[in-house]
Design a protein around this ligand. Sequence first.
Ligand code: AMP
Length: 500
Amino acid sequence: MANDKELIYGIDLGTTNSCIALVGEDGEPHVLENYEGFKTTPSVVYYDDMGNVLVGDEAKRLMNGDAEHTVAFIKREIGNKNYNREIYGEKISPLVISSMILKKMVADANDMRVSEGLEPIHKAVITVPAYFGSTECEITRQAGEIAGIEVVKLIPEPTAAAISYGTKDLEGKTFMVYDLGGGTFDISIMRVENGQLQELANDGDHHLGGVDWDVALANYAFQLCGIDVNYEEIQDTPEAGRIILNAEQSKRMLSRNSETNMKFNYKHRPYVARITRDAFEDLMSERVDDTIMLMRRAIKNSRTPLTADDIQEIILVGGSSYMPMIKKAVEDAFPKAKIRLDRLKPDLAVAEGAAIYASTGVKVKMVSPCSYGIGCFVDDREVSSHLINKGDPYGTKNNDEFSTRNDNQTSVLIRVYSDRANEQNVPVSRCAMLASKPLEWGKPVPKNTPVYITFHLTESGILQIYGECGGNNVVFDLDVEGASQAEVEEARRTISNKTI
Ligand code: AMP
């Protein structure tokens, strides 16, 4: 992808932590430290009452006592049109927060380069979860651009992780990447053929990640200490942030030791809960099983028919893969597969892979994480008639013929839906609406006049839609958008008024 002189960062914009890497002159990927000297940066933003923002470690530290003015886990909200939060009267949007995080990542990396007499870099490959649809991808790209970064390409996180493990090593193999991060779970089944990565299926869960283990551990500690409260009930109190950090630290201890003491304060009283790894594993067994179920579902939905025995290797990435219960469960469920877990890098692999991709341009062929369709009526019930199915390869172009419902129609309202299921004619109440725009041809036409619609899922995963009303030769073009132009402008203004 890059020519000789072009340097491009690889950025893992994570739910809990973000990471930036660059391939050096030695041809190897290097994770770059942030200003604070760490290889990963918490994806957390803190607002002070003067209108300033802090991004990263300091924001995470301040979150303890001041959760009200802190934004975390924003990636879970990308694409959520109903996200509605204000801090000090300022509207918070996933676009703005993601942009701030990206700006900090690149600014820190560039400061270091400039201090070494090197040119700053303004281009990046950014990773996104495999299950991100067209809208989420587009918002991520917009966030990068608002942060002053030319987003050369978005690539799925599991693909980046696989690249970091080396496509040569995986040549001719069918393998799965299991990526359990802080807030999200992502899986992808892939195959490497002649150095080209071909995705066969992907799946995941926006709301499954390390934080669920933290919350369960906090609740368990409450129970052991006889405190009759649930973390969810106190999560907006000033003490909650500290308790969840204590739980996270204990969780990390349990990855190394068979028991630990979780110390915490509740209502200004100190407590100690003695927690064993066995008890913690029992507590989380259902969540672990959920991840195994999603792995099996991905196998079932693969583009080429697969069974569990066809999976030759499973690569464990994401910080939560450090937990021994994960490796154990995956090994038990897939006894024939070789399990790979590089102790040094589950949380760095994605950024490294993105940097390698940026510098070498490994060929990647992805499949769609969702089905896309248009709303049409079947017996007065609106359903999404899919033109792109979950699992269709990027580059797919499909068309279909619909018809007008009434005499003298001069337009139809095209409603575009996405959906995670792979069934046809799903009721629109189960789908997400991506766009809605009239296709107009001006001249009244009789009932049942054909309307031709084409969906094109581009090689970069962006959905483009064309429409035409039979006989009137009207061509209609609708790019499914991320954030609206007004939101982008507002985000640009907000970012330019802040020092990050
Ligand atoms: P990531 O988004 O990949 O950086 O993963 C972050 C998640 O990994 C957080 O929930 C962390 O608590 C979790 N994590 C990191 N290290 C460990 C560890 N040693 N044991 C258990 N969880 C960990």
